[in-house]
Every structure is written in C-alpha cells, then in structure tokens.
Write a protein that binds this ligand. Structure first.
Ligand code: WT7
Length: 663
C-alpha cells in the first residue's frame, strides 16, 4: 500500500524525536502527504475511500453497498459482501509467502516453535477438522481458555474458518468469570489445556474448567490440548485433541464463505454495571480494520518481525498478535510468560534472538522493567528495532522517557495507540505506515483515516481547543463493535445515548489547535489495573455476595507500577467484626471470583458509606477521603457526618492493623 521509500523513512525516524526533544513549535511541514490526503478522503469521499481500502483483503463475492445505516446505531459494513478472516490471514498467503515464518512462539524456558504460513495452514485445517468432528457448526459459540500457546491463534483461526464464534477468556480469569462467560454466550464447546508456566510456577487451567463446566448446561464437550504429560479426563465430556487428530490426515477444510456481517468473536469486557459485556465483532468490518490499522500504524514490511507483548485473552492480542499481522502476511511473535522471569531481560532476549523490528507493549510493563534498571537492557543488541508502540492507558512522562531512551535508543518513534475492545483496532495514533511520525509530548496523535473523532463537553457541544471533555467518534468505522451479545439495549445505552447518534467511548480527552488528541483516562466507574479493565461495580457485586458484607464502595487509587489499583470500603453485617483475617478472606474471595489481575491497594472496614439522598453511594467522596484529596461538593450528601465516620473508621482500622502486625 502506501509505502515510504527508504530515504524518507530514515529522515523521519531520525528527526522527529530530535524535533520532539527540543520541543520546537509544531510545523505543518511534518504532515506527510499520504496521511493527510487519506484522512481528508476518508471523510469527504468515504464511499469511494472504503471501496478502495476494502481491496486490501480478499472477498469471495464483492459487496454492493459499503455501509448499511438504515437502523442506527446498528451499522453494518459491506453487508452483502462475502469474506472470511481466516482465508485472509492464512490461505491467501500460500501463494507468495508459503515458506515465510508466520508465527514464532517461545516460553519462559526458551523452548520455541516456529510455524511458516504453510505450517499454520496445516495446523488450522487440522484443528478445523477436529472441530467438525465434535459437531461444531457455523454460528456455534466456543469458549477458548488457553495460555499463549500456538494452539490459541490456531483454534481461533480454525473456528473463524468454519464460521463458528470464538470467545477467548484470558487464562488468568477465575472459575466464576469463566462460568459466567460460558453461560452468557451458551457455549457448546470449551477448548483448554492442562496448565501454563508463569514465573516458573505451574498454573492449572483444566481444573478451573472442570469446576466451571459443572455449572454450564450448554457445554457438550471440553477439547483438551495435551502439553507434555497425561491429563485426567472426564470420559463423557472431555476429548483429547491429540487423540482426535492422531490418525487423520487432513489436507483441507473448506473455508466457510461467511457474510461480512457474520459474527467472528465475542470478547467480554468490563463496564459500569456488574455484568461484563460480550463485545461482538464481525468478519468483514473487523477484518478490514485490523488489516488496515496494522499497516497504517506498524508499517509492516516483508522482513519485519512484530512482537506484541499482550495476551491474546485481551483485544490487543486478538487484533495485533493474530488477525492484523497475519492478514498482512507478517511474522508475529508470541511469548508465553512474564517479562521479568527468569530475569528482567526476557523480552530483550527475544528481541535480539529473533531480530524483532516492531515492538508493542503497555505502560505498566515499561514501568515494571524500568524498576530493574537499565543494565538489563544494555547487554542486548536491540539495533533491529525500528518502531515502538504503547497501549492500554496513558503513558506517563517518566515511563515514556525510559522507553524512548533505553529501548528506542533515543531515536525511535513511539506510537501511543488509543483504542478499545469496542473499537476493534487502533483509532488515534501516529501512523508511520502513512508517513505520519508526528509526536508531541503526552499526545496520542491524530485520528486514523475514517475516524471522525472529536471532544465534546457535557452538553454535547464541541469543546474548546485544550478544554477537557469526552472523546467521541461521530460516524461509524469498519472496526466498530456490532453489538453487545444478547443485549441490544445495553449496546445502545452504553455507547450511543450519552450523545445522540455519536459513539461514546467513556474517556476524557483534550484536543489541541493542531487536532492532536490527548487521552486523559476513564470518565466512568471503570478501573485500569495494569492496563486491564475492571468495573468498580463488578468488584462491589462480588464483595456483597460474601455473607459478611452489607455494602461496599470500590474506588481506584494511583499506583506507581500498575497505574491504578483498587481500594474497597466495606460495611459489615451485624454479627461480623473487622479483623485482619476477614480482610484477607475478602481479598481472596475477590481474587477467586474475578482473577488475580484484580490487585488491591487496601480494604477498609467502615461503619457507614457516604450516600446521596436517593441512596446512591458517593464514590467520589470515598475516593477523596481515602486518597486524602479534596472530596468536592457534598451538598447532595444525605448525611454529612458520614464523611467523618468514614475518616474515623479508616484511621482506626489502620491503627488496629499496625497494632495487630506488631503483636
Ligand atoms: C481503554 C480501553 C485497546 C487495547 C487495550 C485496552 C484506555 C487504551 C490507551 C492509550 C490512553 C488508553 C482507555 C480506553 N487506553 N489505550 N494509548 N492512551 N488510554 O483495551 O480493555 O478495551 O480498554 O483503555 O481508557 O477506553 P480495553
């Protein structure tokens, strides 16, 4: 597509950061033609723009219409076109990239597997055939509970191939979370394996599934992938993948000619209510958007090796380990393990070993590695790297500088990519693939072509330049979510009702006079713990389900490494009294209900929570008291003394704890 020639490339990679460092005034000169012109066309001539862009992927039969907006906000892209993302990610590369490496996998111990596009094709077909043997058909939902092993992308692609719908659940999620997700989607099959190794420790996965499927009537089978040892199987239900595929030689399973609007996957994410939302993405729009944005942002060339450190259990891995890079015929690297085990240079090992050229990670990971010091980076040759990316939360200046200096050799651009599970792919970022390397301190960048972003004030009017407001997307784009699984009202209410007919992402932002966006963080009751999204209500609901808890308020407080951690104020039922033991019990209870990624900075027992007259808990006040920040306007409080009560309980409790610790 729009490739830069080499001289242009080195000029901008070299000069943009210098330009950035010296903080020179922004200059129109740095708008590169492909980006600027494409952005204009994408909005002003959108019909012909999308027709042209859609040629980047292969269609079984062409679409007659680009966008069906007859039933807003249920927009449908390329509605009568036939396309299958698996075909675009695998089959179509057999002609020119048959022996090119598609997937590199490595674990903590340094064991690896390298699959060419032909290998991937073989494995995907083998897996698809096994799925067919189990009776999986188009439209069936299948839950995948796997760590970052090759069978994770393989099973996703195999399901897409036959038109079934995958729901990948992060392998750090607990039994309860898995159970809820199976039941919400009525999954017919669960795919899992025995275990994963994390920080050298074995994490059991099959056991979590055994517990979950005792409460999920829809599940007919559990497909178990054997790793290195025998696994206990439940005869009536469990099927060993290796047994199913042992004797069969499968050459090809026909690709289902899915409609552009056929469901591809559901991915659950947290919102402001207790129940996670099943975000739905479709073959055509999502496929095209991940294909294009990978190209626009990460600028992948034939010899690139792309390393995205995310887990495929989250959207970042779906879009930029699996679907985006593979549809582009790129080489994608996946690593099963943590960055600081056995040593804090595990990732730099991988970059050096495989010659990684484009590297994508999160601010929380940068902060973790930063704490170990630069020495761990120094002993590695990172000279192959040419482009860096960041995602998940706003990157703080200290982490940015460390990343830029130590990983980027003070020269590489960092694309600070803003997007969401719901947006399918990157929305705001620098776009090196379109010649746009522009960086400004703290800014995410400019919207990608087709992204009609703006900042609105509370009344839905465009905010002034540099005035804080809500980021909005004013027209549909191909990667947008198609709905919330089984809950159309929630789709409309969450995303399209704050401002009429405009997509509301739920983040604060400002826009400057040059059109650069700065995302400032969540505007709703959603926490970002190490970049992972979790609703405060979701945690509160778990707390309340414990017999000792009468009510609770959960808030987020800043944390130097994780960005944010949860803190709870808990009112106990009569008959229960505060103790360190109960505190531990409740924290364990939350972890076992939600997963260990929900990290707590504190849990306080209080006698009363501040509420409005209508009985709503005022989290803002709780937050003020706990973090020592001003509590703000309290005129709507039902009972002013609740603030002092809260303060007193927290002080007393802290005293008690230190007392207990001394004893
Ligand atoms: C929320 C979406 C999309 C990939 C991972 C997270 C925050 C994400 C950035 C960024 C500032 C960011 C927003 C957004 N966020 N990237 N570059 N700068 N904030 O996906 O779990 O759906 O979370 O993450 O608050 O709404 P997610």
């Amino acid at each position: 597509m729009y490739k830069l020639n080499k001289s242009q490339f080195s000029f901008y990679t070299l000069y943009t950061p210098l330009f950035f460092m010296e903080n020179l005034p922004f200059n129109e000169r740095y708008y590169q033609p492909p980006y600027k012109e494409m952005y204009r066309r994408s909005l002003e001539e959108s019909e012909s723009f999308w027709r042209e862009m859609a040629q980047g992927i292969d269609w079984f039969s062409p679409f007659s219409k680009v966008l069906d907006s007859s039933n807003p906000p249920f927009f449908r892209w390329f509605p009568d076109g036939k396309v299958n993302i698996c075909y675009n990610a695998v089959d179509r590369h057999l002609e020119f990239r048959r022996n090119k490496v598609a997937l590199i996998w490595e674990n903590e111990k340094g064991e690896n597997k390298i699959l060419t596009y032909y290998d991937l094709y073989t494995e995907v077909n083998r897996f698809a055939s096994a799925l067919q043997d189990l009776g999986i058909k188009k439209g069936d939902r299948v839950l995948i509970y796997l760590p970052l092993m090759p069978e994770l992308p393989i099973s996703m692609l195999a399901l897409a191939r036959i038109g079934a719908i995958h729901s990948v659940v992060f392998s750090g999620f607990s039994t309860q979370a898995v159970t809820d997700r199976i039941n919400d989607a009525k999954a017919k099959l669960v795919i899992t394996t025995s275990h994963t190794m994390r920080r050298g420790k074995r994490i059991e996965l099959k056991r979590t599934i055994d517990d979950a499927v005792s409460q999920t009537p829809s599940v007919e089978n559990v497909l178990v992938i054997k790793r290195d040892e025998e696994i206990d199987l439940n005869e009536d239900r469990d099927v060993l993948y290796q047994d199913l595929t042992k004797k069969k030689i499968v050459k090809k399973v026909e690709v289902e000619e899915t409609l552009s609007t056929d469901p591809l996957f559901i991915l659950y994410t947290s919102g402001t209510t207790g129940k996670p939302k099943g975000i739905l993405h479709l073959h055509g729009g999502y496929g095209l958007w991940t294909y294009l944005t990978t190209n626009w942002v990460f600028d992948l060339k034939e010899n690139d090796v792309f390393f995205n450190t995310a887990d495929i259990g989250w959207i970042t891995g779906h879009s930029y380990i699996v679907y985006g890079p593979l549809q582009n015929g790129a080489t994608t690297l996946m690593y099963e393990g943590v960055p600081d085990y056995p040593n804090p240079d595990r990732w730099w090992d991988l970059v050096e070993k495989y010659g990684v050229t484009v590297f994508y990670t999160s601010p929380t990971a940068v902060r973790t590695l930063m704490r170990y010091g630069e020495e761990w980076v120094k002993n590695h040759d990172l000279s192959t790297l040419r482009l860096l990316g960041s995602v998940g939360e706003p990157i703080n200046p200290e982490a940015w500088r460390w990343y830029f200096k130590n990983i980027g050799r003070s020269t590489l651009p960092i694309a600070d990519t803003w997007w969401q599970t719901e947006t399918g792919g990157i929305m705001i970022s620098a776009t090196p693939g379109l010649g746009n390397y522009m960086l400004k301190p703290s800014a995410n960048g400019l919207p990608l072509p087709g992204v009609d972003a703006d900042v609105f004030d509370e009344n839905g009017d465009p905010a002034q330049s540099r005035e804080k407001g809500y980021i909005v997307i004013k027209r549909p784009w191909p990667g947008m979510l198609a709905g919330v699984w089984g809950d159309p009202d929630r789709y409309v209410n969450t995303y399209f009702s704050k401002f009429h007919n405009v997509y509301y992402p739920g983040d604060y932002a400002v826009k400057d006079e040059d059109g650069f966006f700065y995302i400032l963080g969540r505007a709703d009751e959603v926490l970002k713990i190490a970049g992972h999204r979790i609703g405060t209500r979701e945690i509160e609901d778990v707390l309340i389900s414990h017999p000792a808890v009468a009510e609770s308020a959960v808030i987020g407080v800043p944390d130097p490494v994780r960005g944010e951690v949860a803190v709870a104020a808990v009112v106990l039922k009569s008959g229960y009294s505060p103790s360190e033991e109960l505190r531990k019990t409740l924290l364990d209870y939350i972890r076992s209900a939600l997963g260990s990624f929900v990290v707590f900075g504190g849990l306080y027992f209080v006698t009363k929570l501040p509420k409005t007259r209508s009985g709503k808990i005022m989290r803002r006040v709780v937050k003020g008291v706990i973090s020592g920040a001003p509590v703000g306007d309290t005129t709507t409080l039902e009972d002013e003394t609740s603030i002092d009560e809260l303060k007193k309980s927290i002080e007393e409790f802290s005293k008690e704890i230190s007392q207990q610790k001394k004893e």
